[in-house]
Design a binder for this molecule. Structure first.
Ligand code: HPA
Length: 253
């Protein structure tokens, strides 16, 4: 089973079935789309009506629901601001690493107690195989990808100060968002291959005047549709967890 987080645009294309998945962390509503014999799970990260702010999203329930459905591969999209001059609003980037500035979120499935102490390896947080497949397919489909990006995850829901953005630039951040951590970490803890594409919606605070959010929805909607199309094509060509290290990234003491 394969999943897309944050994808929109193809719901109308096939027979999608709504399903509520119960987990020990809460229940999650997903859409399962059957396309040419392939079942693809769609999960709206913020809830169907975008009712959850980034710091209150139940990331553990979301990821455990996908695991319980048997998902082994996830492509996600994330709206991001850019603090790199080379990446402009409207561009798409492949996230290759993150810097974590979140503060208050449940971050792990590994809570100790009657479980052994476990640590997850973060040398390659985003699946190398899914990233490579994405680059190849995007090229075939004529979608320009601006490059690899380091994602800075802030706690939100407020935007950043100009000084914070200045610091993020200096320590190697390229794009800034509020949702990719702990999502990517939890996927790895579950042994799921996970890749995320950043859709740049705005210049970060202090980069080029005030943040204008009125273009965000257009940029996201246009790119998400094309990205979702590419994800589905990759899913339909088949994937193999032996082409990466995602399924064995846990170090148990
Ligand atoms: N900062 C944080 N999160 C975001 C931004 C931003 O500028 N744009 C879209 N998500």
């Amino acid at each position: 089973m394969k999943a897309i987080i944050g994808g929109t645009g193809v719901y109308e294309a096939g027979n999608s079935i709504k399903r509520t998945v119960d987990t020990e962390y809460g229940s999650v509503e997903v859409d399962i789309l059957e396309l040419a014999g392939e079942e693809i799970v769609f999960l709206a990260r913020h809830g169907k009506d975008h009712s959850l702010p980034p710091h209150l999203i139940n990331y553990r329930a979301n990821m455990m629901a996908l695991k319980n459905l048997g998902v082994k591969y996830i492509y996600a999209t994330a709206a991001v601001g850019s603090c790199n001059e080379n990446f402009e609003p409207g561009d798409v980037v492949v996230i290759k690493d993150f810097l974590d500035f979140t503060k208050s979120r449940p971050m792990t499935f590994f809570e100790g107690g009657d479980q052994p102490v476990r640590h997850v390896d973060m040398s390659e947080p985003y699946c190398s195989n899914l990233r490579e497949k994405f680059y190849n397919k995007a090229k075939e489909e004529g979608l320009i990808i601006k490059g690899d990006a380091v994602y800075v995850c802030t706690e939100g829901p407020r935007f950043e100060t100009a000084s914070e953005i200045n610091m993020f630039k200096q320590i190697g951040g390229d794009v800034v968002g509020m949702t990719n951590v702990p999502e990517v970490v939890l996927a790895k803890e579950l042994g799921i291959c996970y890749a995320a594409l950043g859709i740049i919606t705005n210049w970060c605070t202090g980069m080029k005047g005030a943040i204008s959010l009125h273009d965000i929805e257009g940029a996201v909607a246009k790119n998400r549709e094309r990205l979702t199309d590419i994800f589905i094509k990759i899913f339909q060509e088949g994937l193999d967890q032996n082409n990466c290290t995602c399924k064995d990234s846990i170090i148990e003491l």
